[in-house]
Design a protein around this ligand. Structure first.
Ligand code: PEP
Ligand code: MN
Length: 335
């Protein structure tokens, strides 16, 4: 349930409502909105008796929340969430481009690619230092050494850094070095990692598991937000279907559905959906056309020798082409 406060409400009236909610045995989370603040009730198993709440000073009305996810739902926050990091805003109308290699392989590799990413006009550099690989014999990432390289990339280029945390140990390090913590598709339902990410001061990008429904994705985001971290970006990266046309099937309807039911920004990763670079630019354009708030794209200066995901990595000049083509979509009527 959402307790909507009057627009002229005083802080102590909000505090009193939260206290009353706690007395009833639930949690009350303030949800600031553009017009007025509301308090979201969490932890109730059935309907909440709102009789006393409705008599309290500053309370305008109560609204039942029908979705199983509460804090990430549009029912509890009308306007979109806009995540501001440094001088970029994600979810604020401009398409944000996060680009870089699948994995950080060396200082030379990361800096070479980062300079191109910067030159093309992207805002965020991606690159995994901790890689979740299907095979234990595949390259697992450089670990903290990779994070130190990312730090150098930030210093030299001014790009923001997104990199993946795969477990409790790596998240401790990742949050010290990165501007955005990535939680990968394979960890979308690692609930204790989600809770830990919810306690981080850093924004989190949560990727959709390849067999996860949108409800499941939003429930995972709810784990993060219910721990106190409201800065969450969702990422559609392709799901497993019977189709063998590409590595995964890019579910662009997911962008539309998420935007309908949630206030969180959504970005699209065409690289892991496609599996081959020829498909990446057309899929990126399609993602932007349906209203994605950004793209996460793999780029490599020498993809034939990349230690992971070379086949789906764009050449640097293709990133430039992608950015130009995205620019031309900017004036589409429904964007
Ligand atoms: C990645 O971004 O390199 C990655 C491993 O992605 P996903 O978790 O979507 O497979
Ligand atoms: Mn990859």
């Amino acid at each position: 349930m959402l307790v909507v406060m009057r627009s002229d409400v005083a802080e102590e009236q909000v505090r009193a409502v939260i206290k009353e909610i706690e007395r009833m045995g639930y949690r009350g989370i303030p949800m600031p909105g553009a017009e007025r603040i509301a308090v979201c009730i969490l932890g109730n198993k059935g309907p909440v008796d709102d009789t006393r709440l409705l008599t309290m000073d500053g309370v305008k009305e109560t609204i039942p929340v029908t979705k199983p996810y509460k804090l990430v739902s549009r029912e509890t926050r009308l306007g979109p969430t806009v995540i501001t990091i440094g001088d970029i805003s994600i979810g604020g109308g401009k398409v944000i481009i996060m680009a870089g290699p699948c994995a950080v392989e060396s200082e030379h590799q990361a800096l070479t690619i980062a300079r191109c990413v910067k030159k093309c006009g992207a805002q965020v550099f991606r690159g995994g230092a901790f890689k979740p690989r299907t095979s234990p014999y595949s390259f697992q990432g450089l670990g903290e050494k990779g994070l130190k390289i990312l730090e150098k990339v930030r210093q030299e280029t001014g790009l923001l850094i997104i990199t993946e945390a795969t477990d409790h140990t790596s998240i401790e390090l990742v949050e010290q070095y990165a501007d955005i913590i990535q939680i990968g598709a394979r960890n979308m339902q690692s609930f204790s990692l989600l809770r830990r990410a919810g306690q981080s001061p850093r924004p989190v990008m949560l990727k959709r598991g390849f067999a996860a429904t949108i409800d499941e994705l939003l429930m995972s985001a709810e784990y993060i937000m219910s721990e106190g971290n409201p800065r969450i970006i969702l990422c559609e990266r392709g799901i497993r279907t019977f189709s063998d046309t590409a590595r995964n099937t890019l579910d662009l309807s997911a962008v539309l559905l998420i935007k309908e039911v949630s206030h969180l920004p959504v970005i699209v990763d065409p690289s892991h959906a496609a599996g081959r670079r020829e498909f990446v630019i057309p899929l990126s354009k399609a993602a932007v056309a349906v209203g994605a708030d950004g793209l996460l794209v793999e780029v490599h200066h020498d993809p034939l020798h990349a230690l992971s995901d070379g086949a789906q990595s764009l050449y640097p000049e293709q990133l430039g082409q992608l950015m130009n083509e995205i620019d031309r979509l900017r004036d589409w009527p429904h964007r």
